[in-house]
Design a protein. Structure first.
Length: 262
């Protein structure tokens, strides 16, 4: 087993609102190895975003441990590069200064960071928008800005919460291929949430399939396709079989299906 970058041990957490208690995690454990690309797929409401907020120190779990490079980090912020599900751009900052935010906080020179940001904005089809403010961008454009902010953050572990969810399918494919090529070059550790089984299979070394609440790991799959990975992998029989396997597991877990079977 490769050395773990991130390790979640026995995470337990509930939310309480208006005398209703929602148990999200009763006992969840997972790991991301150094330089590993790991995806999480699971039903809506299973706690994927909550999990990222726990890793990012925004929520303290009721119990359990979060280890990052051998250090327990529960409740500690600023240690990971985090792309939230909603772009969360600062409306009073221009696009380019939104992109350089994480670098600024960790003390990279602003002019150097801005230069880099402009270059990357061009690569994701946003040149000309550097000095604009977030409200003039579409949801998908904002998502790309938020993605760049995470990508350029100097933290080694990237947690991406449905980064390509609001993109049209061609742009999405482009962004996937592009993320893959960047990742294959510098192998950061990635934890990636997606609703697309195909996307998870195409990008990942490993996939965790989560259950419905209270959430546990239903299945952990190692994805065997070689790197560098080509888009054509999606046409292979082994790819289709893995996709069917994951669909099967998720369908059984799906609330609507459970209700029908009752
Ligand atoms: N701040 C909060 N207060 C109360 N309940 C919450 C809070 N945040 C999340 N929840 C509940 O916790 C559960 C998990 O929510 P979460 O957003 O983590 O799900 P998710 O897996 O990211 O879903 P999706 O795939 O739709 O993004 C849901 O039932 C949600 O209603
Ligand atoms: Mg979510």
């Amino acid at each position: 087993m490769m050395k773990s970058k991130l390790e979640l041990r026995n995470i337990k957490h509930s939310f309480e609102s208006k005398n209703k208690k929602v148990e999200v995690f009763s006992n969840l454990s997972l790991q991301v190895g150094a330089g590993e690309f790991v995806s999480i797929v699971g039903p809506s409401g299973s706690g994927k975003t909550t999990l990222f907020q726990i890793i990012g120190g925004l929520i303290r779990p009721a119990s359990g441990e979060i280890w990052l490079e051998g250090e327990e980090i529960s409740g500690k912020k600023g240690l990971i590069s985090y792309m939230p599900q909603q772009p969360a751009l600062f409306p009073w900052r221009s696009i380019e200064s939104n992109v350089v935010l994480a670098q600024e906080i960790t003390g990279t020179s602003r002019s150097q960071a801005l230069e880099e940001a402009r270059e990357w904005l061009g690569r994701v089809g946003l040149s000309g928008y550097e000095k604009e403010y977030p409200h003039v961008l579409s949801g998908g454009m904002q998502q790309r800005v938020s993605f760049l902010r995470a990508l350029l953050s100097p933290r080694e572990l990237m947690c991406l919460d449905e980064p390509f969810g609001s993109l049209d399918s061609l742009t999405r494919q482009e962004m996937q291929a592009w993320l893959l090529s960047i990742w294959e070059k510098n192998k950061r550790s990635v934890l990636f949430v997606t609703h697309s089984i195909e996307e998870a299979l195409y990008l990942s070394d490993r996939i965790y399939v989560l259950s419905d609440k209270p959430t546990t790991v239903l299945k952990e799959l190692t994805i065997p396709f070689p790197r560098p990975r080509l888009e054509s992998v999606m046409l292979e029989l082994a790819f289709q079989q893995l996709r069917q396997e994951i669909y099967g597991i998720m369908r059984k877990e799906h609330t609507v299906e459970k209700v029908i079977r009752k």
